[in-house]
Ligand binder design. Structure first.
Ligand SMILES: Cc1cc2nc3c(=O)[nH]c(=O)nc-3n(C[C@H](O)[C@H](O)[C@H](O)COP(=O)(O)O)c2cc1C
Length: 339
């Protein structure tokens, strides 16, 4: 099996919900939420693609970076590269029934470990989604991160305990899920958090706490003040609010303010290894990959997820050679072409 076969297979199975376009630019799938697209007319997802594409990287091949090191230390866990699987739930309605939720969870948890990295599990309107993620994490000794919807604090804390019990590496909340009315319609209300509510969550656990869905310096500062260990600069793949900016537009100013006091993870449109260089050059410590992992799982199950991750890692390695960096620390803003 190779990645071309995996994607061909996935394209067949996902007919009507995802065309697995050569350019995953949010045009074909605009408005398909539920589905694989972006909300509204899809402009946020399209912006993720456009802004990332606009960033150009300087090529270098007269240097001695012959064998770059891609390893990344995430909160004490050494990963094969600065890339993890993004939390994704609701495969039954988002991926058109092409894969069962439990199978997807199994594929990402095991496929990521086999590629030397980890997955984040998500939470959704059906409480089983989170429980299945936790059960899958338990089988591999907890190596992963549990991202919980912004429910009431007592409900979140119950789910933090579940993550602690299986030895998860970190927990967090996708705070940008605060407006998901569909969660309320399923009897699982969500909403935004005040700084005191966020502090309560951070203080409720010894595990590192991560906030996913930050898009401004102001909110990064609030997260820092609440004592979180990391933020994920993200607009949820353009699925929660149409008309926002993309993460690459705000990453550098956020990193300048938070420095090394929090881990800065980012996502939105990572499709090739060079995209990881772009995100890191702009200030991210590591990235999350979303939709390509769904294609991998639907088209080739665990093997397809592994192939997707390995291909990205190999492309990153190759891109590091062609940009003249020996390790991740050497990736910086100077690598970006400023017209
Ligand atoms: C079908 C689908 C379902 C998602 N479900 C969740 C979720 O349950 N929790 C969450 O934090 N993010 C969720 N996300 C957002 C991803 O975690 C991630 O932020 C986004 O997909 C990254 O962009 P990319 O797909 O362009 O790589 C979902 C995204 C998609 C496409």
């Amino acid at each position: 099996m190779n990645l071309i076969d995996v994607r061909k297979n996935a394209r067949e199975k996902m007919k009507g919900v995802c065309a697995i376009c050569r350019e995953c630019n949010g045009v074909w799938c605009r408005g398909m939420v539920p589905g694989m697209g972006g909300a509204g007319d899809g402009s946020t997802m399209q912006r993720n693609y456009d802004k990332l594409k606009d960033i150009r990287i300087m090529m270098k091949s007269l240097h001695s970076a012959k064998n770059p090191k891609t390893k990344y230390n995430f909160l004490g866990e050494v990963l094969s590269s600065p890339m993890m699987i993004a939390p994704i739930t609701g495969l039954n309605y988002n991926a058109g029934g092409s894969i069962k939720e439990e199978d997807y969870i199994d594929d990402i948890i095991n496929g990521s470990i086999e590629c030397g990295t980890i997955a984040m599990i998500g939470d959704g309107g059906n409480p089983d989604f989170y429980r299945w993620g936790i059960e899958a994490l338990k089988k591999i000794g907890g190596k992963g991160v549990a991202i919980i919807k912004p429910r009431g604090n007592s409900e979140i804390i119950k789910r933090i305990r579940m993550a602690e019990d299986v030895g998860a590496l970190a927990v967090g909340v996708d705070i940008d899920g605060a407006g998901l009315l569909v969660m309320a319609s399923m009897g699982q209300p969500v909403g935004p958090k005040s700084i005191d509510e966020l502090k309560e969550l951070v203080d409720s656990t010894d595990l590192p706490f991560i906030v996913k869905g930050i898009l401004s310096v102001e909110e990064a500062q609030i997260a820092m003040e609440a004592g979180v260990a990391g933020i994920i600069v993200s607009n949820h793949g353009g699925r929660v609010l149409n008309g926002t900016i993309s993460s690459v537009e705000t990453l550098t100013e956020i990193k300048k303010v938070v420095g090394d006091r929090m881990v800065v993870i980012a996502d939105g449109g990572v499709r090739e290894g060079v995209d990881i260089i772009k995100f890191l050059a702009l200030g991210a410590d590591c990235v999350l990959v979303g939709r390509p992992i769904i294609w991998g799982s639907v088209g080739g199950r665990r093997e397809g997820v592994k192939l997707t991750l390995e291909t990205l890692k190999n492309q990153l390695y190759q891109s590091m050679i062609l940009t003249g960096v020996n390790n991740l620390e050497e990736i910086n803003e100077k690598m970006i072409f400023r017209g």
